[in-house]
Design a protein around this ligand. Structure first.
Ligand code: GLA
Length: 391
């Protein structure tokens, strides 16, 4: 982390010919449990990881905005007046979108007046792997949000910054996403998870106790990118909506485990299994939070395992590589394991005693080679602090 901050300061100075005014950073996230529940008004329990995006930034005395990152040689130049939807940029839409979003109503608080604030130079660097489902985009948004909140002296609270990231993603980047990722990135706390009720948007920071229990979370990125991911995701959402409609409820959040026998009579087999996943997964999120409180982290493994089975068999969003990663990690000492994220590829996670991490890694690597699968990317993460100023 210090390395990223040092490098960002040096690169910023080299590129823009002056030192940055400050350096801020924000983490990616991992979803511990609660999959395909968010768009059903359900529960999610996720945490910020120790992989971060850093933003080195300095205000200018004009309205120009310049930005670049460690991933490109190009410096993009625009002005505050040109920010907003329709911005013809690529990844730059994330940081530029946030700068614009901070001026929008809908933050719940007064934001920036883009006619009155100065432009800025920005440099971004990150060790959040891109494409592994760890929300590198929320890390960028949140780092830029806290940086601009400081230098523009906006005094917005974290909830408003979550909304700014959400506005940027939905209106500038054009991705119809929720508030989960920004919530984890902005509200994360060392060794804590963030419980989110997606209906009320209430959030709760809950101690995980992984550190004391000697546990780490192994991320197993299968590198599989399924061609049907987008279509499959949309189809699952449609099934959930159809299920809710047929059961006469607004969302599957209103369906409880005791309603399942009736649901089985009313719904066709496939829709029933989709519904059963969502209903049982919501319960597993609540059970995970309760179990952590009552028995500690070593007791949540079965819930993670059950979540994976439900995603595999009822929701049918797993792939053989995810199943293998889960199964091998379980066999070699993980306390619990499951796919994480939307599925059809991407990453699985395993809760592993610290001393067994390399043992599990070797086993998973070996099993993937044996099956002729591409080598997975394996790395341990620990639940970490959310966005902050580093310098
Ligand atoms: C994707 C979406 C999330 C969520 C997960 C499944 O990652 O971006 O909003 O729906 O799938 O839990």
């Amino acid at each position: 982390m210090t390395d990223l901050v040092e490098t960002a300061r040096a690169r910023f100075t080299e590129l823009y010919g002056r030192a940055p005014q400050g350096i801020w950073s924000a983490p990616g996230r991992v979803n511990l449990i609660g999959e395909h529940t968010d768009y059903n008004d359900g529960f999610v329990f996720l945490f910020a990881i120790d992989r971060r995006t850093v933003a080195a930034l300095a205000l200018r005395d004009d309205r120009t905005v310049r930005l670049t990152s460690s991933f490109t040689d190009e410096i993009v130049e625009t002005t505050l007046a040109d920010l907003g939807p329709g911005g013809a940029h690529g990844w730059q839409n994330y940081p530029l979108g946030v700068a614009w979003a901070l001026s929008q109503s809908g933050l719940g608080q007064l934001g920036a007046d883009l006619d009155a604030v100065p432009g800025f130079d920005l440099y971004l660097d990150s060790d959040v792997p891109v494409g592994a489902g760890l929300s590198s985009s929320a890390a960028i948004e949140s780092a830029v949000a806290v940086a601009l909140n400081d230098v523009w002296r906006l005094d917005l609270d974290r909830n408003a910054l979550v909304k700014a990231g959400h506005i940027a993603e939905n209106e500038v980047v054009g991705a119809p996403t929720g508030i989960l990722d920004q919530s984890a990135s902005l509200l994360g706390r060392l060794d804590c998870g963030i419980f989110i009720d997606c209906r009320s948007l209430e959030r709760d920071v809950i101690p995980l106790g992984f550190d004391e229990a000697g546990l780490e979370v192994l991320v197993m990125d299968t590198k599989v990118e399924h061609e049907h991911a987008a279509g499959g995701y949309a189809a699952r959402r449609a099934s959930c909506e159809a299920g809710a409609r047929e059961l006469g409820v607004e969302s599957l959040r209103e369906v409880s485990i005791s309603d399942l026998p009736r649901a089985r009579e009313v719904l066709d087999g496939e829709t029933f299994r989709r519904v059963r996943h969502v209903v049982t997964e919501n319960q597993r999120v609540l059970d995970t939070v309760r179990t952590l409180r009552e028995q500690g982290p070593r007791a949540i493994g079965d819930l993670m395992d059950a979540s994976h089975r439900s995603l595999r068999d009822d929701f049918e969003v797993s792939v053989p590589q995810l199943d293998l990663a889960v199964e091998i990690s379980q066999n070699y000492g993980a306390i619990g394991a499951r796919m994480t994220g939307g599925g059809f590829g991407g990453s699985a996670i395993a809760l592993v005693p610290r001393e067994l991490i390399s043992h599990v890694e070797a086993a998973v690597d070996g099993a993937f080679a044996e099956h002729g699968y591409a080598q997975p990317d394996l790395f341990a993460v620990v639940p970490s602090d959310g966005a902050r100023r580093d310098e």
